[in-house]
Design a protein around this ligand. Structure first.
Ligand code: GLC
Length: 432
């Protein structure tokens, strides 16, 4: 029986914090063509091993990563402890295929956790259910890099032995590294879903070792599909939030009875999760700020990805975007943290987020005359402020405004420019 009260309690911080950093890093940063490079280029194990031998992130500075995340206004971060290629960034007893056996000679997960906790951020680990390195993982399936090698067979592979390994590593991560706030599994596909992973046993183990942890939904879903957490009868391994990928759910996510389902949109800054040296197609900070606001206005979170390079550095383009986001967040984070979808329709000139009696009207489009704040009646309003500096904003009671009693026309600027061209936030407090 799903314990809705316990669920609500453990989700509180997640639905308050709203904004996190995703970090995809590993030996695939050396080929620098994305984290699926072994698969997309069907690189056999023997040709991928040189990257393991070479991996030496001399500039890895997790404290700098943590500062960049914090200064961007991020409240939590999720690092890949093991991606599909099976390379472990942590000092697992169960494999030699790990960062401590490379020239790095360091437990990168431990250093990440220590540095981000020290900056006051909550911490999560991404763990791939797939494993292209492990001999017992199906090689003839739909997505193994070696599936097309001549004579490839799954003869003699023992999937249960792989599951013992996989569960064992998750146990290590939940036992040896202190309090973990999020376990981010990835991903279910074809018949590889649910109890194929022994998901009930895995979930029970994780929750017994980390009672407050929250899980994503990919023991039974992937970036598409929501899984049973979006129903009124979640399975024991439903996870706690849905994880739409590279999309902002147009209407948010609700169950069949209209219950708002927690969700976190995971988004890349360019087109790749892992470092891709030639992918310079970075989204602007403006777009990302608009989409962060969009997420919160629809009741969701944003997990924004960075892909550090082989030397351990977050790309300069990503750092510049994070810094610009941080500038906006410095003035306007009250319209993000602790906020959710407003009990008002989406307006044509921006978005509205809400925190109790306070509404945050994100004006993203300028107007002629007073700025129309749709859905607000002057007689209900206690005060209207420009969030960035707390200054009082007068609302017009001019003759032409009288034709629109359900719109508050505020006077924000004496020029044709809005105070913040990206998103000028107006805080409206209603009378009790
Ligand atoms: C997809 C990609 C995977 C990435 C994940 C992040 O599953 O295959 O590489 O880690 O999205 O959501």
């Amino acid at each position: 029986m799903f314990d809705w009260k316990a669920y609500e309690k453990r989700m509180k911080w997640f639905q308050h914090d709203r904004f996190g950093m995703f970090i995809h890093w590993g030996i695939y940063s050396i080929p620098a063509r994305g984290e699926w490079v072994r698969n997309t280029e069907q690189i056999p194990e023997k040709d991928y091993m040189p990257f393991f031998e070479e991996f030496d992130p001399v500039d890895f500075d997790p404290k700098a990563w943590a500062k960049a995340a914090k200064n961007a206004g991020m409240k939590y971060a999720v690092l890949t402890a093991k991606h599909h290629d099976g390379f472990c960034l942590f000092d697992s007893e169960l494999t030699d295929y790990k960062a401590t056996n490379t020239k790095a000679g360091r437990d990168l997960v431990r250093e990440f956790l220590d540095a981000f906790r020290a900056e006051g951020l909550r911490v999560g680990l991404y763990y791939s259910l797939l494993d292209w390195h492990h001999p017992d993982y199906p090689h003839c399936g739909t997505i193994h890099p070696e599936k097309n090698l001549p004579g490839m067979t799954d003869e003699g592979r023992d999937f249960n032995r792989y599951l013992e390994y996989m569960h064992g590593q998750v146990r290590e991560l939940c036992t040896n590294y202190g309090k973990i706030d999020i376990m981010w599994f990835d991903f279910s596909y074809d018949d590889m879903t649910g109890e194929k992973w022994k998901a009930t046993e895995l979930t029970r183990m994780v929750r017994s070792l980390q009672p407050d942890i929250i899980l994503d939904n990919r023991l039974e879903a992937s970036g598409s599909g929501f899984g049973s957490i979006a129903t009124e009868h979640p399975s024991e391994y439903s996870g706690d939030f849905t994880s739409p990928e590279q999309i902002i759910p147009p209407y948010g996510i609700r169950s069949e009875t209209g219950r708002s389902v927690p969700w976190e949109a995971c988004i890349t800054m360019n087109k790749n999760w892992g470092y891709a040296a030639k992918d310079k197609d970075f989204k602007s900070a403006d777009l990302i700020i608009h989409k962060l606001v969009d997420c919160v206005s629809k009741g969701g979170n944003m997990l924004l990805n960075v892909g550090p390079d082989a030397r351990g550095r977050i790309p300069q383009e990503s750092l510049a975007i994070l810094a610009q986001i941080g500038e906006w967040m410095k003035d306007n984070s009250a319209s993000i943290y602790g906020c959710a979808a407003a009990e008002l329709p989406k307006p044509e000139n921006g978005r509205i987020t809400q925190n109790g009696k306070k509404y945050y009207y994100h004006v993203m489009e300028n107007s002629i005359g007073g700025i129309p704040l749709y859905g607000f009646h002057a007689e209900d309003v206690k005060k209207v402020r420009l969030l960035a500096d707390g200054s009082e904003l007068k609302y017009e009671d001019a003759w032409w405004a009288q034709n629109y009693p359900d719109i508050l026309f505020v006077h924000i600027s004496d020029t044709a420019e809005l105070p913040n061209a990206i998103d000028t936030v107006v805080e409206i407090e209603l009378k009790a």
